[in-house]
Design a binder for this molecule. Sequence first.
Ligand SMILES: Cc1ncc(COP(=O)(O)O)c(C=O)c1O
Length: 398
Amino acid sequence: MIKKIELNLKELGDLAKIIPGPEPRLRVSPTLGRIIPVCEPKLDGNESTYVARCLETNWISSTGNNIEQFEKKFARCCGTRYGISCTSGTTALHLALVTLGIGKGDEVIIPTFTMIATANAVTYTGATPVLVDAEPDTWNIDTEQIEEKITERTRAVIVVHTYGHPADMDKILSIAKKYHLYVVEDAAEAHGAEYKGKKIGSIGNIACFSFYANKIITTGEGGMLTTNDKKIAEVAKELRSHAFSKERHFWHQYIGYNYRMTNLQAAIGLAQVERFDEFVQLRIEHARLYNSMLKGIKGITLPPETKDVKNVYWMYSILVEDELGISRDELRGRLAERGVETRTFFIPMHLQPIYFRRYPQRFPIAEELCRKGMYLPSASSLTEKEINYVVKSIISVI
Ligand SMILES: Cc1ncc(COP(=O)(O)O)c(C=O)c1O
């Protein structure tokens, strides 16, 4: 049997206090008569019509028209020639790394401040994730610290566009060029974001999107690789489907995977991608509203704003500074009592039970983000009244 990796918080020493407390108990808002979830999908377009069509015509597996159409339309939204759908953002990352030939003995640079899938995808290949701290201003990988982590084994950098805010791609591309590294964009959270007028998903060698139900475009579960490189697209497509070869069906020249999206999922994706611009714009509008209502509050740091990028605010994220007078966990608890669901920021990779003993270094910025960060309700379906309620609830409890 597989062994669970235990990490007693005492082993973390003074770092134990930055690990979020238990999830607060969410109650129905006495004023609204319901809860405001941190996120939920918006499925009021052509989703049910397209799904019904799959059922009526028997096209429910990974063969069917919706897949190709969804891939084409999503790739167009990302400014790339190719889109290769798959089962999740995690499998997109794994497929990307395997396609690039990354495996045992290789090193891949990633931010420590990310979701677990970024590190795990590297681990699945047998390569070693090499961690870099976050930048205080953007919460993305600190580009000034990448070069010192490069060794002769480094093969790639995975850059995460955290919470929808694009990373500094010019700097990353110039480092990658100097050391002959691949650049993989983890764009799971950044549908529709832009960096200096370029679409996120089109800048590195390959990019990976997630379509989990809380993402700006969803298929329930699902993912997509985007690239402008024909060869990468061809190999990824082959690996996605057991690497069945074109000349003889049951003939396999790579170790492939079954990472195929179904026509049912793609039906939802197709209906969603028809509203790509609308959904992206909704996230941006909601962030504007939150910003305008929260900006006067001392002790709350608003999400990053930097020049030349289009942040899509996948999740509206704030930092609870010490001067607010209550801790992040206390604030979450009081909001939960009022029916407002929130989520803490990522716990960095070097503090995860599965990785902790491999990374004795400290990463102070990521640790501070972990201690102070949380996101507020952010669904595309959120109303102005709900945003008002969330902000009023914050003001009433601080
Ligand atoms: C940065 C990042 N990478 C990868 C993933 C994994 O995506 P999925 O949940 O679709 O596997 C996520 C999921 O939220 C994510 O936030």
